[in-house]
Write a protein that binds this ligand. Structure first.
Ligand SMILES: [Fe+2]
Length: 386
């Protein structure tokens, strides 16, 4: 679309506190937001690390309760259980601590505390009517961007289907991003969460809803992630690389909150609900194949990605440069050990029709996509050939 005639909206919801040691500011933020009894929403894996101690140390003079039953690809039952504990303990502020799963559950508990009724009444776009309870989000991975997004993905336990909730009432009052919390992240989680963030940056950049402001965030996010992911994987204690990965994830999250996403996420959510596989791993596996599928509908943007990735595109046509961007993304994924075919993760072609049925058509994907197109995309993603 011609930028000169494009009308757009842009919004950043939470106050953002970023930097080494920023987790120590948690109690100050609780007080600023008027909280007196905090519900910390996290998972059992994080409870085994010493990271939670950093939050607890900050909350030494504040009453708190810990809800640590959030599962990966979190279920509606996780939200219900957390909500029950919130009511039992009469908590008035929620603190989501962890990767995307605890943060998404924290968002849903905060919103459902003030919006009565069944959780599924609120699925879809902007269904919550009342503002949520005050919410602070503290990510411990550099990937989901959930701390600044208005989205939460919850799996319907019975239907094994991931459901999108999208609302500005699902946003935090404060996001606290401390790169030190990510330094213990093992290499595989660093790769998967980093590929999730890169997918957010690329999908928001080529989205039909992208605008000049989201483009700034997406471009900077792509640059930060591709220039730091290998360093962060090789040496988890590389403070600069961890800082830049978390910053890249944050910027991609802001772009995504405004420009939304595309087929990578439509497909990753359908597969994640069915197979319970890590979201970032799926995004990384789908990134090259979906980007290639979109190539002719976002060639100018892909040409710019090739430039951002350090390619000399002076003597290339736009299409050649776009093709080069896809090759560079493929090469990066290969180097990081991301499976090139989903069959390596156990997916089978005879599951395609079921997956297509469970995949939302994403209107912001640059290339219009029908259910038949999705079927072909799944075949390519699973087997590596059309
Ligand atoms: Fe994602």
């Amino acid at each position: 679309m011609d930028e000169a005639t494009q009308m757009f909206e842009f919004r950043i919801a939470p106050k953002i506190i970023f930097g080494l040691g920023s987790v120590e500011k948690t109690a100050d933020e609780v007080k600023t937001l008027g909280g007196s009894r905090v519900l910390i929403v996290t998972d059992k894996g994080l409870m085994k690390t010493d990271l939670i101690e950093k939050v607890i140390a900050s909350l030494k003079n504040v009453e708190f309760t810990i809800f640590d039953s959030v599962e990966p690809n979190p279920k509606d039952t996780n939200v219900a259980e957390g909500l029950e504990l919130l009511r039992k303990k009469n908590c008035d502020l929620i603190l989501g601590f962890g990767g995307g799963s605890p943060m998404d559950v924290a968002k849903m508990i905060a919103a459902l505390a003030t919006n009565p009724g069944n959780i599924w009444e609120y699925q879809g776009i902007e269904k919550f009517k009342s503002p949520p309870l005050p919410l602070i989000l503290v990510p411990t991975t550099a990937g989901t961007g959930s701390e600044v997004s208005r989205a939460a993905m919850i799996t319907n336990g019975r239907g094994r289907r991931k459901i999108l909730f999208l609302s500005w009432h699902l946003t935090a009052k404060t996001a606290i991003l401390d790169p030190e919390l990510t330094t213990k992240l093992p290499p595989n989680l660093t790769i998967w969460s980093g590929m999730d963030a890169l997918s957010h940056a690329v999908e928001s950049y080529v989205s039909k809803m992208a605008n000049p402001l989201t483009d700034m965030y997406s471009e900077k996010a792509i640059s930060l992630i591709i220039n730091n992911i290998e360093r962060a994987v090789k040496n988890g204690d590389d403070a600069e690389a961890r800082n830049n990965m978390l910053l890249g994830s944050l910027l991609a999250g802001i772009a995504t909150a405004n420009a939304r996403l595309g087929n990578i996420h439509g497909m990753a959510h359908a597969i994640g609900g069915e197979y319970d596989l890590p979201h970032g791993l799926l995004c990384g596996s789908l990134l090259p194949v979906v980007t290639r599928y979109n190539l002719d509908y976002c060639a100018e943007k892909l040409k710019r990605i090739a430039e951002i990735m350090g390619e000399n595109i002076k003597n290339l046509t736009t299409r050649q440069a776009a093709e080069r961007a896809v090759e560079l993304i493929e090469a990066l994924c290969r180097k990081l050990g991301i499976p090139q075919k989903l069959e390596e993760l156990g997916l089978k072609t005879d599951e395609i029709s079921d997956l297509v049925e469970k995949t939302d058509i994403i209107p912001t994907n640059p290339r219009p996509t029908t259910k038949k197109d999705l079927s072909e995309l799944y075949k390519m993603a699973i087997t590596g050939s059309a």
